[in-house]
Design a protein around this ligand. Structure first.
Ligand SMILES: [Zn+2]
Length: 232
């Protein structure tokens, strides 16, 4: 009886406040979730092949040894994925993070990362996380941890430096700015791990490389990387 009453109110709520597509704002059909099918189709998946090096992996490998790296989507300026990542980061649409995690679980076979032993969401500086209210990659990272059956670790590395965002002005040398931005937490028993570092978008790769280098200071560590999007 209780259930019937709650589904009645839920149906009534949806009648007056139907769920809308996070991208185009159109009313979602009962078979759609978060994005309408049209918007989903218009997103460009990277289709980086699992059996050969991809451009993202090659760019990262110039700076830091990575076991494997891939991204779910390709990022184009003014494209739909840029708009969605903006919603995720600056408009409180935290739900998109887990939504992309579910998409990645379907498209990127977990076997690619079966050697990984823990998932690390790219840490935000405390001030930025407090202002935003959440880490935008947490939901994406949680989905990876669940699918791979490995722990998600927020207690390994932290961001001590609140680096400027690329969008907020010209950054002369992003690489110099982030090189000492990350520090390991002073805990032991972290050796022999293959970390899966997770971020929202790879642009220059400077932040990812700086964080990966910090993690590689831990004895016998390996790194793989996955992001929601990759900017060519
Ligand atoms: Zn749409």
């Amino acid at each position: 009886m209780k259930k019937t009453a709650s589904s009645f109110w839920s149906s009534l709520w949806q009648l007056f406040f139907p769920p809308l597509c996070y991208s185009c704002g159109r009313v979602l059909q009962h078979y759609e979730n978060t994005l309408c099918l049209q918007c989903e189709i218009s997103l460009t998946e990277s289709h980086f092949a699992p059996d050969k090096p991809n451009p993202m992996q090659q760019r990262l490998a110039e700076h830091v040894p990575v076991e494997f790296a891939t991204a779910l989507f390709l990022f184009y300026p003014q494209g739909k994925i840029e708009q969605l990542l903006y919603q995720l980061k600056y408009k409180g649409q935290e739900k998109l993070s887990a939504y992309f995690g579910c998409w990645a679980a379907r498209e990127l076979p977990p076997t690619l990362f079966r050697q990984c032993t823990a998932v690390i969401p790219m840490p935000l500086h405390t001030k930025r996380q407090r202002k935003r209210g959440y880490n935008q990659v947490q939901g994406f990272a949680e989905k990876w941890a669940t699918d791979l059956g490995i722990p998600l670790r927020n207690d390994v590395v932290w961001r001590k430096k609140n680096t400027r965002q690329l969008a907020s002005g010209k950054v002369k040398n992003r690489w110099e700015e982030v090189q000492d931005a990350f520090v390991l937490y002073p805990i032991t028993e972290m050796s022999d791990n293959h970390w899966l570092l997770v971020d929202d978008v790879m642009t220059s790769g400077a932040s990812l490389c700086a964080c990966a280098k910090t993690l590689l200071q831990i004895p016998r560590s390996k790194i793989s990387i996955v992001t929601i999007a990759y900017r060519k």
